[in-house]
Design a binder for this molecule. Structure first.
Ligand code: ADP
Ligand code: ASP
Ligand code: MG
Length: 404
């Protein structure tokens, strides 16, 4: 059996942990399995490297960022290989470039175009554990690229798909996907199983266990993902395509996203083409817009509010300010003191009253709702940031998501 295992930054945070993971890998290999391991950079290395970059340049180029960040994973793969050698286990480490993880040119948010499996298969057939640096690839010009934050998951799913692995294990510091972030809701319950679709919604909402692109990739190639603890043998959460029994639970999880900001353009002319103009310019800058609300005011003027990721705030404000001048809109306001609370579940397709219950719970907790957005399997409400955790706990309780 061929297994792809990914170990996140927290799982390789210390050399002791690297050694214990090496032992875990060896045990699997000794059962006769072929093992491909993907590793993230040690602990907070990626953040530390980013801080270094920002010390020398306020807007470092994507090419150099990827050059810098990719070193983090290079350290951990080498150390893991050495730790395996120490245990007498044949192992070999590779950078993304070496195995041939070919990506497009979007330096810091690259998409995988193809993965060459030749070298990996060759080393596996020699009985070696193959260790691949997560989060990195190479573009067609032979420059190093990175796959976006949390991108090691994408590397793992990509490898599992092309190698047709039986399993893609995401080993992390939690033992599965929970109904809410266990750090915020102590009574949160581990889910045995969840659909790709729910996982995708959950991610975009702050359940940062798995990067969404990795889940989309897994969904496309139908690779089941097993999220589990690096430090225990217990089964974690299986992420698969939707099965009938999943609908029994109306809600799978509740989340709070605190990294967004709200922009409001006031006094915009209320005529066709204006929204298209605004969001076109923003999209052209590769800025993702999340919630959008338009209120029609007086005298043919409207207010348009929308949310974006807070790190894009300055760039977005520049773009929006330019549009404001051109459209002669009244003013632009930015607000980072917000959080988005969401409930997610495929069961919403067949159950009604979820939104009403969520709004009622927020009202009872005296949390004001500033914006609302919904999808088929999700309802989100924008609230003041300092009320976010309280809101999550209240909703978690009212939907009875906790441990029995
Ligand atoms: P890794 O370093 O293994 O990539 P991450 O830190 O990226 O791990 O992701 C795991 C973290 O996701 C956990 O430590 C946990 O705090 C967080 N998390 C947030 N929401 C949830 C949830 N609903 N279920 C499980 N973990 C969650
Ligand atoms: N080291 C990278 C990050 O911190 C990639 C990963 O951990 O998956 O985002
Ligand atoms: Mg991660």
């Amino acid at each position: 059996m061929l297994v792809v295992q990914k170990y996140g930054g927290t799982s390789v945070a210390t050399t002791e942990k690297i050694i214990s993971i090496a032992k875990r890998i060896l045990a699997i290999r000794n059962k006769g399995h072929k093992v491909v391991v993907v590793v993230s950079a040690i602990g907070h290395t990626t953040d530390d490297l980013l801080a270094l970059a920002n010390n020398v340049n306020s807007q470092p180029s994507g090419r150099e960022i990827s050059m810098l960040l990719s070193t983090g994973e290079q350290v951990s793969v080498a150390l893991l290989a050495m730790a395996l050698h120490e245990l007498g286990c044949p192992a070999i480490s590779f950078t993304g470039m070496q195995v041939g993880i070919v990506t497009n040119a979007a330096y810091t948010n690259a998409k995988i175009l193809r993965i060459n499996t030749g070298r990996i298969r060759k080393e596996l057939s020699k009985g070696k554990v193959v260790i691949v640096a997560g989060f990195q690839g190479v573009n067609l010009r032979n420059d190093i690229t990175t796959l976006g934050r949390g991108g090691s998951n994408l590397t793992a799913v990509g490898l599992a798909a092309v190698l047709k692995a039986q399993a893609c294990e995401m080993n992390t510091d939690v033992d599965g996907v929970y109904t809410a972030d266990p750090r915020i809701v102590p009574g949160a319950k581990k889910l045995d199983r969840i659909s790709y679709e729910e996982m995708l919604e959950l991610y975009s909402l702050g359940v940062q266990v798995l990067q969404p692109r990795s889940v989309q990739f897994a969904q496309k190639y139908n690779v089941p993902i097993h999220v589990r603890s690096s430090f225990s043998q217990k089964d974690g959460t299986l992420i698969t395509k939707e099965v009938k029994t999943m609908e029994k639970e109306v809600i799978s999880g509740v989340t709070a996203t605190k990294n967004e900001a709200k922009i409001c353009i006031r006094g915009v002319p209320d005529r066709p083409g204006i929204a298209a103009r605004i969001f076109n310019d923003i999209a052209r800058k590769n800025i993702n817009v999340d919630m959008i609300v338009q209120n029609v005011g007086e005298d043919g003027l409207a207010d348009i509010s929308f949310t974006i990721i807070a790190v894009d705030l300055i760039r977005t404000m520049e773009t929006v300010e330019k549009i404001r001048r051109e459209l002669k809109a009244e003013k632009v306001e930015a607000d980072s003191d917000i959080a988005k609370i969401s409930v997610v579940g495929v069961g919403m397709r067949s159950h009604s009253g979820v939104a009403a219950k969520m709004f009622r719970t927020l009202a009872q907790s005296r949390v004001n709702i500033e914006m609302i957005s919904t999808s088929e399997i999700k309802i989100s409400c924008l609230v003041r940031k300092h009320l976010a955790d309280k809101a999550v706990r209240a909703i978690h309780r009212s939907f009875k998501l906790g441990k029995k």
